[in-house]
Design a protein around this ligand. Structure first.
Ligand code: PBG
Length: 329
């Protein structure tokens, strides 16, 4: 039946009826807040490139996590900024590193909050790449797997509920699963950054985590040799299916908003929950437009996060988590 018998506006007439037919929900329980962790005590530093976001020492990261839990946010995703970097990123698996210490402290201050740790080497290597560089200036996939596994084990030992490999090496999910199982961390989940694109939207993050690839002889100056080509969507489905086969518990698409089609395709293709990462560049676009009065921050953030849910994300990693949770109070 067409117009005039059919009138879709009937179901938009009142807040009550709109709420009754709403297809998608969004609550703080769907959100994971990233936290940047540095060494030391009582330390907090604003991040210039990301207004409203700070780096915390482990003790203050734990307080922040407790606040997030009280606000109903589901989890935190920890990124470490180490004191020392080297060629192979060896401080990534330091049992006393910022991420490992923060994980322990968060676990003592919270009860239900899910603690996820980012597993990658780029913030820990002098050259800023996500793996080790071989003699030909290429990122050595298979050599890197063992170092990632060591890192994941150190996070699990500190009490992480889930580890999230973001390096985009082939076979890392399988390598992490068997390494964790061998050490009896059979309950530690893996949230795989399955479809992670070589994206310009990570710019502010690289400033926050001091993880930009460095320029130098024999060092690739971007991550296109391992992160995905933004032109590809079928390949994202392949990546996700492989990760599920290798034992991923949740697969992630990253960035989020410019890749809603990819989230949707992955959602249809895999049986696992799907996460989307609303990355630093997406955050900064809304924050700066709101700061100059061009956007209503609350409305824009709510709509953007809802769009990620509507595309098929069960879980959203977002720097807006705390603000959004506050607005829901
Ligand atoms: C590290 C990593 C990056 C992000 C998450 N993990 C940056 C990168 O790949 O260069 C980006 C997150 C963001 O922009 O918010 N591999």
């Amino acid at each position: 039946m067409a117009f005039p018998a059919t009138r879709l506006r009937r179901l938009r007439a009142t807040p009550g009826i709109r709420s009754l037919v709403r297809e998608t929900d969004l609550t703080p329980a769907h959100l994971i807040a990233p936290i940047f962790v540095v060494s030391g005590e009582g330390r907090r530093e604003p991040i210039e490139a990301m207004p409203g976001i700070e780096r915390f020492s482990p003790d203050l990261a734990a307080l922040e996590a407790a606040t997030l839990e009280a606000l109903g946010v589901a989890g935190v995703l920890l990124f470490g900024i180490p004191d020392e970097k080297d060629e192979i990123g060896s401080s990534a698996w330091d049992p006393d590193g910022p991420v490992q210490r923060a994980t322990e402290m968060i676990k003592t201050l919270t009860s239900e909050l899910t603690v996820v740790t980012d597993v990658c080497l780029c913030a820990y290597t002098t050259h800023g790449h996500c793996g080790v560089i071989d003699g030909d200036g290429r990122i050595d996939n298979d050599e890197t797997l063992e170092l990632l596994a060591r890192t994941a084990i150190s996070h699990a030992a500190a009490g992480a509920d889930a580890v999230a490999p973001s390096d985009m090496m082939d076979g890392r999910v399988g390598a992490l699963r068997s390494a964790l199982d061998e050490e009896d961390f059979t309950t530690t989940a893996i949230i795989a950054y399955s479809a992670k694109y070589a994206s310009a939207f990570y710019g502010p993050f690289r400033d926050a985590a001091d993880s930009a690839p460095s320029v130098g002889p024999g060092i690739p100056d971007d991550r296109r040799g391992y992160q995905m080509d933004p032109a590809n969507a079928r390949e994202a489905v392949r990546e996700a299916l492989l990760d599920v086969e290798e034992g991923a518990d949740i697969v992630m698409v990253k960035p989020g908003l410019p890749y809603l089609d990819v989230i949707n395709r992955v959602r249809d293709a895999v049986p696992t929950p799907v996460a989307a990462y609303n990355v630093s560049g997406e955050y900064v676009m809304i924050k700066t437009a709101a700061a100059s009065g061009q956007l209503d921050e609350r409305a824009a953030v709510s709509e953007a996060l809802l769009a990620l849910r509507r595309a098929g994300a069960d879980v959203i990693v977002t720097y807006h988590a705390k603000d959004f949770a506050h607005w829901q109070q």
